[in-house]
Unconditional design. Structure first.
Length: 119
């Protein structure tokens, strides 16, 4: 199971940190990804981190603003989001799977946490 948390309402330019806690599987065996879905849009890739944390991939839209990290001892992955923009508004989902940006490749998903960025 994956439990995402940390969403909320923030003004443009602000920051939020999302967390995703994993249980029930060997967390350190899997890459962990974050995806987001805005109203009326398809779910899109945000970032993913390899099982060791040694490789991280970001979507161009968040590169330089978002930082993904993981703590395998705590079975938790973190998405630090800085310089937030209104277009970052979406439900954010964490997922476990292979190290890829392809949303369809992930087989385990959290419930989502809403991030709203006001202008």
């Amino acid at each position: 199971q994956l439990q995402a948390s940390g969403g909320g309402l923030v003004q443009a330019g602000g920051s939020l940190r999302l967390s995703c806690a994993a249980s029930g599987r060997t967390f350190s065996n899997y890459a962990m990804g974050w995806f987001r879905q805005a109203p009326g849009k398809e779910r899109e890739f945000v970032a993913t981190i390899s099982w060791s944390g040694g490789k991280i991939l970001y979507a161009d839209s968040v590169k330089g603003r978002f930082t993904l990290s993981r703590d395998n001892a705590k079975n938790t992955v973190y998405l630090q989001m800085n310089s937030l923009k209104p277009e970052d508004t979406a439900v954010y989902y964490c997922a476990a799977g292979p190290y890829t940006s392809a949303v369809g490749s992930y087989d385990s998903w959290g419930q989502g946490t809403l991030v709203t960025v006001s202008s």
